[in-house]
Ligand binder design. Structure first.
Ligand code: 5GP
Ligand code: ZN
Length: 116
């Protein structure tokens, strides 16, 4: 599996940097965001180092789908019955800060639209 020793989220995957784990399987890790923007703010990431969603080739289709399925099941566990938001920031203009693909699961409050 591809890893980047300089990448913050690869270092979380390897256990070098601790996280508050929410879910883990062979391919995917989910953990609490360190600066939560909502009462529930979980990051769902592939263990493999994929810098942005734009770098996910066609052979990653199943992996991309599973990130969303896992976000859905965490939302259910967290009882986000009134709704939640899934966000993938891609590159600079979207505000991506960590260049290791991640889905934000945000819930527990109302969100505005359009986003800022
Ligand atoms: P982005 O802006 O790249 O879409 O989101 C990166 C997210 O990673 C931010 O919400 C930020 O709070 C979170 N983050 C940054 N560093 C850490 C860390 O060391 N641990 C955890 N759990 N989250 C982090
Ligand atoms: Zn990485």
């Amino acid at each position: 599996m591809q890893r980047d020793p300089e990448c913050l989220f690869c270092r979380i995957v390897s256990g070098e940097i601790p996280c508050e784990k929410v879910y883990e399987d062979a391919d995917i890790l989910a953990f609490a965001d360190i600066h939560p923007q909502a009462p529930v703010h979980v990051l769902i990431i592939p263990k493999e180092h994929i810098p942005t969603v734009a770098d996910a080739a066609a052979d990653k289709t199943l992996l991309l789908g599973r990130l969303i399925q896992i976000a859905n099941s965490i939302a259910k566990e967290q009882e986000l019955i009134f709704g939640y938001r899934l966000v993938i920031n891609c590159r600079k203009d979207a505000g991506q800060e960590v260049f290791h693909l991640h889905v934000h699961l945000l819930g527990g409050r109302k969100f505005a639209w359009p986003p800022g």
